[in-house]
Design a protein around this ligand. Structure first.
Ligand code: WTA
Length: 633
C-alpha cells in the first residue's frame, strides 16, 4: 500500500439540496434516524430487511461472526430466484414488465414480463439439468448483454449451480484462466456480441479458451446470427434454444442453505492471477435487495436502467439480483453511449420513460465533452434519480450530470462499493444534501471509516485508508480456493476490512474516495491489475521485462502505460509497439490494452528486485517520487 499521498483541495463547502418531496416519499425518510436505529441494533436492522423476503425456512441466528469469517441468516433455507420470480408471479406483478432489452439497431427491442422471464428461466434450468449440471457445479457464462445472459444466471441459481460470469470483453487467456480456476463444467456463450455495428466472435474465443480446460464437458451456444448461423461441434456444443425444447416451464427451486455459494466473480488482484470472489445466497440477496430499494429508492412504477454489463458486479447486483428481487422494471441495453451518435442513451431514456439512471463517471465525462446539445435534443423529464459508480465522480462531472441531465432536479447517488462488498456501501441517500466530489456517508447497515495504518480514524480533512469496521450481509465469504488471500483483506489493518482505496473524510462526515492504494488501475471504471498486463506483455517473445502504471486521464480516469525492456535481438520500433498492444488485446482483451508503451534499458527496482512502479509514475507525472531509499543503485 502507498505510504502517503496528496489530499485534493476542495476549496468550497458546496452542497446541493434536493426538493423536500424526495425525502417525504423515500423508503428511508430520515437517514440519521435510520442510521442510529441500525447502530443500536445491527442484527435487528438486518432482520427487518430480511423479513420482507420469502424463505423456505427461517434463520436461527442473524449473524455469526468469527473474525474474519461471517455467516448470515444462519440455518435459513431459500432460493434467490424464488424471490426474483415466483414471489412476483404469484402477485400483482405477474404481468409486470421485468425486463426491456434494447439493441443497437433502430427498433431492436425485447420485452419480458415476470411470467415470461419465470418460464424462460425454468426451461433453461431444466435444460442445464439435462446436461447433468447439479447443485454446486460451476458454470461459466461468457455472453453479450442480452436477456439470455440474465436467464442463464438465474437458471444456474435456480438449480443451485454456481455461476462465474466473465465479461464479454475479455480475451482468450483471461477466459481460460477463469474457466480453469473455477473448474467450470459448462460454458455458456453466444456466437457473437454486437458493438458499434460490428460483430465480435465470442464463440471463437471460447473454442480456444476451453483448450487445456479439462473440466469443461459442454458448451452452450446462443445463435444470434440467423443468416449465417455458426456451426456447432455436436460432440461438445449444444444450441441454447435446442436445450430448452420439450422441457417443462416449471422447475422447482433448489433448496439452498443461507451460506451456499451463489456465484464466483473474478476481479483483478495484485498478482497476475485474478481473484475469484465468492458470494453466498442469503446475505447477498438481503444486501442487494435492501440497497436497491433504499439507495435508488426504487418504486413499483419506476423504469430503471443500470448501464453496466452483467459481467461486472454492478450488473450482478443492480441489473439482475437486486432489482428483480425488488420487483422492478429493468432496462438492459447492448448499446454504447456514443454509437451511432452521442444521443443513444438519451434516446432510450426518452423512449422508455426511464426514471432511475445508473451509470459510470467515464461515460458522464464523455457526454460532458460532446456537449449539452445532445441531451437537449431529448425529453429527459421522466428522470427522477441519477446514480454513479465505478470510480470517483469528480466535482465537474457531478455538476454537469446534475444540471445537464438531472436539470438541477434529480438527486445523484454516487455509490462507492466493490466486487467484494457485493452491495453499495457509501453514498448520499436520496433526499440528503449532496456534496460534489464526495460519495457521501455509510449507508444504514454499514460502518465505513477512513483510518491510518494502525486503524485509528483520521482527523477530518485528512487522507487515509478506506475500511469497513463491521461485517455486512453481502460481504465476500472467501476468495475461491485461496483463503489466505481472503484473510489479507482483514489483517492488513487491524480489526477491519481494508478496501484498498484511499479516501478523505470531510468536515461533515462525508467521504471522498480518491483512488486505489494498491496495484490496481481503474480504466474507464474497469479494474485492471498491473501484474496481469505485465505478465501478458512478458508472454510476448520480444519482451524481457515489463512494468505497468496507471496514468491519470481526464476522460477515462486512468490509462495504462507500459515500460518494456526488450530481449536481446529485438529493437524498439513503432511496429513492435503495435504488436505488443495487439498481443495484450488478444490475451487479456481490449479493456486491458496499454495506450502508451515506452522502451527502456532499465527499470527502477528495490534492492530485493521488486519493480518500483511508484518511481516510474512519479517520473511520468513530473512529481516527487517520495521515499526512494530502497531503490537499488
Ligand atoms: C472504485 C465496482 C470512487 C474503487 C462496483 C473500488 C469507486 C473499485 C466508486 C471497485 C465510487 C467504485 N467512487 N471510487 N463511487 N465505486 N469505485 O470491484 O476504487 O469493479 O475499490 O466494483 O472501484 O471496483 P469493482
Amino acid at each position: 500500500m502507498a505510504e502517503s499521498f496528496d489530499v485534493p483541495l476542495v476549496e468550497e463547502e458546496k452542497f446541493y439540496l434536493p426538493d423536500p418531496s424526495y425525502k417525504q416519499q423515500a423508503w428511508t425518510k430520515d437517514y440519521q434516524k435510520a442510521y442510529e436505529e441500525f447502530l443500536a441494533d445491527p442484527d435487528g436492522f438486518w432482520e427487518t430487511q430480511a423479513k420482507q423476503l420469502e424463505w423456505f425456512k427461517p434463520w436461527t441466528k442473524v449473524r455469526e461472526w468469527n473474525y474474519p469469517y461471517a455467516k448470515w441468516f444462519v440455518g435459513a433455507k431459500l432460493n434467490i430466484t424464488y424471490n426474483c420470480l415466483d414471489r412476483h408471479v404469484a402477485n400483482h406483478r405477474r404481468n409486470k414488465v421485468a425486463m426491456i432489452w434494447r439493441g443497437e439497431e433502430e427498433g431492436e427491442e425485447r420485452i419480458l414480463t415476470y411470467q415470461k422471464l419465470f418460464h424462460e428461466v425454468c426451461r433453461f434450468a431444466n435444460g442445464l439439468k439435462k446436461l447433468g449440471v447439479a447443485k454446486g457445479d460451476r458454470v461459466c457464462i461468457y455472453m453479450p448483454l442480452v436477456p439470455e445472459q440474465v436467464i442463464a444466471m438465474l437458471a444456474c441459481a435456480r438449480i443451485g449451480a454456481v455461476h462465474s460470469v466473465v465479461f464479454g470483453g475479455f480475451g482468450v487467456n483471461a477466459l481460460n484462466m477463469r474457466i480453469k480456476d473455477a473448474e467450470a463444467k459448462v460454458v455458456i456463450t453466444a456466437d457473437v456480441a454486437i458493438r458499434r455495428g460490428k460483430t465480435i466472435p465470442l464463440k471463437t474465443i471460447v473454442e480456444e479458451a476451453v483448450v487445456n480446460a479439462p473440466s469443461v464437458e459442454k458448451v452452450v451456444v446462443l445463435s444470434r446470427e440467423k443468416e449465417n448461423p455458426v456451426e456447432l461441434h455436436r460432440e461438445m456444443e449444444v444450441d441454447f434454444y435446442d436445450l430448452m425444447k420439450g422441457v417443462s416451464t416449471r422447475c422447482e427451486p433448489e433448496v439452498m442453505d443461507a451460506e451456499d455459494p451463489l456465484f464466483i466473480l473474478y476481479t483483478s488482484g495484485s498478482t497476475g492471477t485474478p481473484k475469484g470472489i465468492v458470494h453466498t445466497t442469503a446475505g447477498y440477496m438481503v444486501g442487494t435487495y435492501y440497497t436497491t430499494l433504499n439507495v435508488f429508492d426504487l418504486k413499483d412504477t419506476d423504469v430503471y436502467w443500470c448501464t453496466a454489463d452483467t459481467g461486472w458486479i454492478t450488473g450482478h447486483s443492480y441489473v439482475v439480483y437486486g432489482p428483480l428481487c425488488a420487483g422492478g422494471t429493468v432496462v438492459l441495453g447492448e448499446v454504447t453511449p456514443d454509437y451511432p451518435d452521442p444521443g443513444s442513451f438519451w434516446k432510450i431514456i426518452e423512449e422508455l420513460g426511464i426514471t432511475i439512471f445508473y451509470t459510470a463517471p467515464t461515460a458522464i465525462r464523455m457526454f460532458m465533452k460532446v456537449g449539452e446539445e445532445w441531451p437537449n435534443k431529448y425529453d429527459l423529464s421522466s428522470l427522477r434519480i441519477l446514480g454513479s459508480v465505478g470510480e470517483p465522480l469528480n466535482p465537474e462531472a457531478f455538476e454537469w450530470f446534475y444540471k445537464a441531465i438531472g436539470k438541477s432536479r434529480c438527486p445523484i447517488v454516487d455509490t462507492w462499493w466493490q466486487t467484494e462488498t457485493g452491495m453499495q456501501m457509501i453514498t448520499t441517500m436520496v433526499g440528503e444534501p449532496m456534496r460534489p466530489g464526495f460519495a457521501g456517508k455509510s449507508i444504514p447497515g454499514v460502518v465505513a471509516d477512513v483510518v491510518d495504518k494502525s486503524g485509528k480514524p483520521v482527523e477530518p480533512g485528512t487522507g487515509g485508508f478506506l475500511v469497513i469496521r463491521n461485517p455486512w450481509p453481502s460481504m465476500l465469504r472467501t476468495v475461491y480456493k485461496n483463503d489466505e488471500r481472503y484473510q489479507k483483506y482483514w489483517d492488513t489493518i487491524p480489526g477491519c476490512y481494508t478496501a484498498g482505496d484511499l479516501a478523505v473524510k470531510g468536515k461533515h462526515g462525508y467521504i471522498m474516495v480518491i483512488g486505489r492504494a494498491d496495484d490496481l488501475i481503474i480504466v474507464a471504471g474497469h479494474n485492471i491489475g498491473t501484474a496481469e498486463v505485465e505478465s501478458a506483455l512478458v508472454s510476448h517473445q520480444a519482451v524481457a521485462e515489463a512494468a505497468v502504471i496507471g496514468k491519470p486521464d481526464p476522460m477515462k480516469g486512468n490509462t495504462i502505460k507500459a515500460f518494456v525492456i526488450l530481449r536481446v535481438g529485438f529493437s524498439p520500433s513503432d511496429k513492435l509497439k503495435a504488436d505488443l498492444t495487439y498481443h495484450v488485446r488478444m490475451t487479456l482483451g481490449p479493456i486491458a490494452m496499454p495506450s502508451e508503451i515506452e522502451f527502456m534499458d532499465k527499470l527502477p527496482k528495490t534492492r530485493s528486485g521488486k519493480i518500483m512502479r511508484r518511481v516510474l509514475k512519479a517520473k511520468e507525472m513530473g512529481i516527487d517520487p517520495g521515499d526512494i531509499s530502497t531503490l537499488e543503485e
